[in-house]
Design a protein around this ligand. Structure first.
Ligand code: XLS
Ligand code: NI
Ligand code: NI
Length: 442
C-alpha cells in the first residue's frame, strides 16, 4: 500500500535560505556561507559538514530550573508517541532542508520519547529509525553522528559505564547497542560518547581506578560490536570537565588522549571538542583544538559558546569572530576535521520564542564559521603569520639546536653551549603585533 503522509509545513512563511553576499540586508540570507564556494581546494560545505543538534533545536523547550517551557512546538502536539516523533522529524528535516544544513546528530531519546522499559525503547527507536531512513533518502541529509543518552534517566545518577552497580552498566550497554544499531542503519558517519555522569561527586564512595577501567572495557565492547556489524566510522569522545557530575573522567582533550592511549583505543577513537566545554575546563577552545590536532585526534566539533559571566554550559550560538578565526587557523593547519563536522550543540535563549529565531541562530553560526574560514585562509596565504611563528624557533633549525632536536646532545653538551655562548638575546613574542594582524584580516 502506498500510504503518503500528508506533509505539514512547520516553518510557514520561511523559504530556503540562500547566499546573498555581504551587501544583503535580508536577515533570512547567508552573507558569508556559500556552500559551493571553494576555499583551499574544498567547498565550504565540505569544510564544515554543518550539523543540526536534534536535542537543542527540536526538544529543548526553554525550560530551566526555575520555570517550564516557553517554546511551544507545533511538532509536539499529537498524543500518539510515534506520530509525535514523526512530526518532530518532519519539522527537523524541513528546517535543515530550508537552511541547507547537510547533517544532523541525535541522542536516542531525542528522536522518540523513552520510557523505563529498555525493550520498548528499542522498538520505538527502530520504528523512528526506519522513518529517518526514508527522510534521509528524500532530502539527501545525512547522519553525522548518533549517541545514547546515558545521563538523564534516574538509573544513571551514579554514571552508566562507571556506575558501581554492574546491573546499571548493563542497561547502559543495552542502550548503546540499540543506538549503535540505529546509527549503522542510518549510515551514520561517526558515533559519540559524551560521559555526562561518568565521573564522581565524592571520592569517599568512589573507586576511581576501577570505574575508569570499566569505562575503557565498555568502550572496547561498544567498538567491537559496531565494527562487527559493519560500522567503519570514527568513535568520538567529547571531553567536558564537570556538569552534571562534579569531577568528570573526560575532563579535557589532554586527559582523554591519555586515557585513549592508556587503554589502546586511540586507533578507533578521536575527539569531539565543544567550545563551552573548553572554557569550563579553564582552556580556550583554540587550546583544546591544538592539543587534539597535535595528537592527530582532531575529529569533530560541537559549536557553541559560553557566557563570560556564567560558569556553566550555556550552549549559546557562536558569535565571537576572533575566537573562530583563531580556531580555523588551527583546523586548517591540521588539515581539517577527521571524519567529523561542525555540530551546532547550541540552543536559542529561553525568551527567543519566535519560530524564526531558530533560523537566525543557525544562519548566524554558519555565517560566522564561513567568515572565519575565509579570514583564516587569507591570513595563511597572504600574511607573515606562519613565517613569523616558524622564525621564532629558528635556533632549532641548524647547529646545536638541530642536534638537540635529533637527540644527539647530552645535558653536559647543553651546559657547555650555555657557558660558552653567554646570555641569550632578548626576543619579543610579538603578541600585540599578531593580534593586530588577525584583526586586520577580519
Ligand atoms: C553536553 C554535551 C552533549 C553532547 C552529546 O554538555 O555537549 O550535548 O554533545 O551527548
Ligand atoms: Ni556537545
Ligand atoms: Ni555541552
Amino acid at each position: 500500500m502506498n500510504y503518503i503522509k500528508e506533509q505539514k509545513e512547520f516553518f510557514k512563511g520561511i523559504g530556503k535560505i540562500h547566499y546573498e553576499g555581504t551587501e544583503s540586508d535580508n536577515p533570512f540570507a547567508f552573507r558569508w556561507y556559500n556552500p559551493d564556494c571553494i576555499v583551499r581546494g574544498k567547498s565550504m560545505a565540505e569544510h564544515f559538514k554543518f550539523a543540526c543538534a536534534y536535542w537543542h533545536s527540536f526538544n529543548a523547550n526553554g525550560s530551566d530550573p526555575f520555570g517550564g517551557s516557553t517554546h511551544i512546538f507545533s511538532w509536539d502536539q499529537k498524543s500518539d508517541v510515534i506520530e509525535r516523533a514523526k512530526d518532530k522529524m518532519d519539522a527537523a528535516f524541513e528546517f535543515m532542508s530550508k537552511l541547507q544544513i547537510p547533517y544532523y546528530c541525535f541522542h536516542d531519546v531525542d528522536l522518540v520519547d523513552y520510557t523505563d522499559n529498555i525493550v520498548d525503547n528499542e522498538k520505538r527507536l527502530q520504528i523512528i529509525t526506519s522513518y529517518a531512513q526514508q527522510k534521509q533518502k528524500e532530502t539527501g541529509i545525512k547522519l553525522l553522528w548518533g549517541t545514547a543518552n546515558l545521563f538523564s534517566h534516574k538509573r544513571y545518577m551514579n554514571g552508566a559505564a562507571t556506575n558501581p552497580d554492574f546491573h546499571v552498566l548493563a542497561h547502559g550497554a543495552a542502550q548503546v547497542k540499540a543506538a549503535l544499531d540505529a546509527t549503522i542503519t542510518l549510515n551514520g558517519q561517526n558515533y559519540v560518547f559524551w560521559g555526562g555522569r561518568e565521573g564522581y561527586t565524592s571520592l569517599l564512595n568512589t573507586n576511581m581506578k576501577r570505574e575508569q577501567e570499566h569505562l575503557a572495557k565498555f568502550l572496547h565492547l561498544s567498538k567491537d560490536y559496531a565494527r562487527k556489524n559493519g560500522f567503519n566510522g570514527t568513535f568520538f569522545i567529547e571531553p567536558k570537565p564537570c556538569e552534571p557530575t562534579k569531577h568528570q573522567y573526560d575532563y579535557d582533550a589532554a586527559t582523554v588522549i591519555g586515557f585513549l592511549r592508556q587503554y589502546g583505543l586511540a586507533d578507533d577513537f578521536k575527539l569531539n571538542l565543544e567550545v563551552n566545554h573548553a572554557t569550563l575546563a579553564g582552556h580556550t577552545f583554540q587550546h583544546e583544538l591544538q592539543v587534539a590536532a597535535d595528537a592527530g585526534l582532531l575529529g569533530s566539533i560541537d559549536a557553541n559558546r559560553g557566557d563570560e559571566q556564567n560558569g556553566w554550559d550555556t550552549d549559546q550560538f557562536p558569535y565571537n569572530i576572533n575566537e573562530l578565526t583563531e580556531s580555523m587557523l588551527i583546523i586548517l593547519n591540521a588539515g581539517g576535521l577527521q571524519g567529523g563536522g561542525v555540530n551546532f550543540d547550541a540552543k536559542i535563549r529561553r525568551n527567543s520564542t519566535d519560530t524564526e529565531d531558530l533560523f537566525f541562530a543557525h544562519i548566524g553560526g554558519m555565517d560566522l564559521f564561513a567568515r572565519a574560514l575565509i579570514t583564516a585562509d587569507k591570513i595563511l596565504e597572504e600574511s607573515s603569520y606562519l613565517h613569523f611563528r616558524r622564525e621564532r624557533y629558528k635556533s632549532f633549525d641548524t647547529g646545536k639546536g638541530a642536534e638537540f632536536e635529533k637527540g644527539n646532545l647530552s645535558l653536559e653538551d647543553l651546559y657547555h653551549f650555555a657557558t660558552e655562548n653567554g646570555e641569550p638575546e632578548v626576543r619579543s613574542g610579538k603578541q600585540e603585533f599578531l593580534e593586530n594582524l588577525i584583526n586586520r584580516y577580519i
